[in-house]
Design a binder for this molecule. Structure first.
Ligand code: F6P
Length: 555
């Protein structure tokens, strides 16, 4: 039986126990000293692939640490699990499904037989369908009900049917086609968002993409219905509704019942998880924004990282290294959260996509076989764009009490050079990582204050407040500039990082049973809010808040 159905107790592995012993020896490890002791530290702890350069030298590690972490990855069966995933085995054990987002970026000519079917035919068929509609829209051949070309596309979707496409189309704005259409994203069931998104749109020239793998998500269906009403109230006809509504879904029947023509339904498959689906037709808004050529570059960038992940020895394997560094800090140093700090305006929403990718994948407390986990699992993922974070939460990173590892991401070249701004942006990124590592001792703080001429009593009073503990770990990912290929590689890098960590913990990275309860309870709360003959809520808090709502909405 495959390993993932009966995951091992990772804490019983010799490499885990060796890491526990090693952790004790590393208690007083000091990065400053380590850099002094080894002039080659930067070279020793950096690696490059797919246009991404990873400097992981500012970590609480030695070569022995890396060796022990790699041993753990090997003993936990990461290599076997990776090949199982790429080959279409049911690595999503609870739903008895493969997880084949990697198939979506495999090149023409590849074949992947799963249950007797060559999935690559489906993948490349969908890509051809996308190429056709993108071409028709870009060449003004797709017309609305009044025969005007499409100028705006509204993607109606939430979670993985929104976050990945929004991240990529935002990040690749410099690659937006001149003949492209403006892409908008409608996700939440909030009238204010609906109004904001629809504010300046023209029903004659707007195309809605209803993106929903299940075609059963409340927010998406309600927004699709509201969009339909908006379209009809602004001159659109039922008869020509098909020109303004297309769908990406695995639930063909539901889409047809909504009124979408079958030929305008783009396939989603149950072997692609929502948070891993931007590479599929869910990425249609991306392709409409940047064109199919750039979309295919995005795919090939991810494919390059896939090959690196599958074939590179773990000692220089970027996804494995990032994953195992996360395991080191989470399971051996007690870090409960992880910060992503992109120093690039175009990656300002990268952390939102990473939050779903990581926390919906690894926020689990049972293993693939349903048994309780033996370790702490998925950390909290947070962060935001630099330099803004330096004026918001970096104080906590530098002088707070928790250990919070950070990944900095920065391009060497800006798409929009303004004076010396990019040099300053890059300098700030490096200096934040450096400050986390170096810190400032009490002696240094005192000397600084004396140099400023402060009286000794003020030096003694202020100095403790200016001490920076330092010795705080971070990785820095550098690329020449943000491009479709490098962005594809970057996203795939984190997809595989998340997967490797799930293998170490023995959990399923591809299901999300935890979101069901809230959805189910929402229906009964809705009934209590809107009908007067409903029973009272199970708890006084919910009922009290229902009463508050009804009290304010009487009549
Ligand atoms: O949050 C639960 C979830 O199922 C996500 O995994 C998914 O990306 C999102 O809701 C949207 O689901 P769908 O694409 O089926 O509408």
């Amino acid at each position: 039986m495959s390993h993932y159905l009966h995951p091992i107790d990772v804490t019983s592995l010799p490499s885990w126990q060796a890491l526990q012993e090693h952790r004790l020896l590393m208690q007083d490890f000091n990065m400053r000293e380590a850099f002094k002791a080894d002039p080659q530290r930067f070279e020793c702890f950096s690696t490059e692939n797919s246009g991404l350069f990873l400097d992981y030298s500012k970590n609480l590690i030695t070569a022995t640490t890396r060796e022990l972490l790699v041993n753990l990855a090997r003993e936990a069966g990461v290599e076997q699990a990776a090949h199982a995933m790429f080959n279409g085995e049911q690595v999503n054990a609870s739903e008895r499904r493969p997880a084949l987002h990697t198939a979506l970026r495999r090149p023409m000519g590849d074949s992947l037989i799963v249950d007797g079917r060559n999935l690559m035919r489906d993948v490349h068929g969908a890509l051809a369908q996308m190429t056709d509609i993108v071409g028709r829209i870009h060449n003004n051949l797709w017309r609305g009900y009044s025969d005007k070309p499409i100028t705006d596309v509204v993607n109606i979707g939430i979670g993985g049917s929104f976050l990945g496409p929004q991240l990529v189309s935002e990040a690749l704005l410099p690659f937006t086609q001149q003949s492209g259409v403006r892409c908008h994203y409608l996700a939440n069931i909030d009238g204010s968002e609906f109004r904001e998104v629809m504010a300046n749109l023209n029903a004659e020239t707007t195309l809605f993409i209803v993106s929903s793998k299940s075609f059963g998500t409340l927010e998406t269906l309600k927004n699709a219905q509201a969009a339909r009403n908006w379209y009809l109230s602004r001159g659109g006809s039922e008869e020509k509704l098909y020109r303004h509504f297309i769908a990406v879904t695995s639930n063909i029947q539901a889409a047809i019942e909504f009124g979408i023509r079958e030929r305008n339904i783009f396939p989603m498959w149950d072997w692609v998880g929502g948070r891993y689906s931007l590479w599929s037709a869910i990425g249609l808004p991306i392709a409409l924004a940047i064109g199919m050529s750039n979309f295919k570059d995005l795919l090939s960038g991810a494919y390059g990282m896939d090959q690196h992940f599958l074939n590179e020895p773990f000692e220089s394997n970027m996804p494995v290294l990032l994953a195992m560094l996360g395991i080191w800090y989470h399971n051996f140093w007690g870090a409960q959260s992880y910060a992503f700090l992109p120093y690039d305006h175009y990656l300002r929403n990268f952390v939102k996509h990473l939050q779903q990718m990581d926390m919906e994948s690894n926020g689990k407390n049972v293993r693939q076989d349903g048994s309780p986990v033996a370790t702490s699992t998925g950390p909290v993922i947070w962060g935001g764009v630099g330099c803004n974070g330096q004026h918001a939460y970096h104080q906590l990173l530098h002088q707070g009490t928790p250990l919070i590892p950070a990944d900095f991401i920065v391009p060497v070249v800006s798409h929009n050079p303004v004076a010396d701004h990019h040099a300053w942006l890059y300098a700030n990124c490096l200096s934040q990582s450096q400050a986390l590592m170096l810190g400032k001792t009490l002696e240094q703080a005192q000397a600084e204050l004396r140099d400023k001429g402060l009286p000794e009593q003020d030096v003694q009073r202020l100095a403790p407040h200016k001490v920076i503990p330092g010795n705080r770990p971070s990785n820095t990912l550098v690329m020449e500039s943000l491009s479709p290929g490098r962005l594809g590689a970057l996203i795939a890098l984190y997809e595989h990082k998340v997967f490797v960590q799930s293998v170490i913990w023995g959990t399923n990275a591809f299901d999300q049973w935890g979101v069901e309860l809230g959805k189910d309870l929402g229906k009964s709360v809705y009934q209590r809010l809107t009908s007067y003959d409903s029973d009272t809520a199970e708890d006084a808090s919910t009922q009290g808040l229902v009463d508050y709502f009804r009290g304010r909405h009487r009549g």
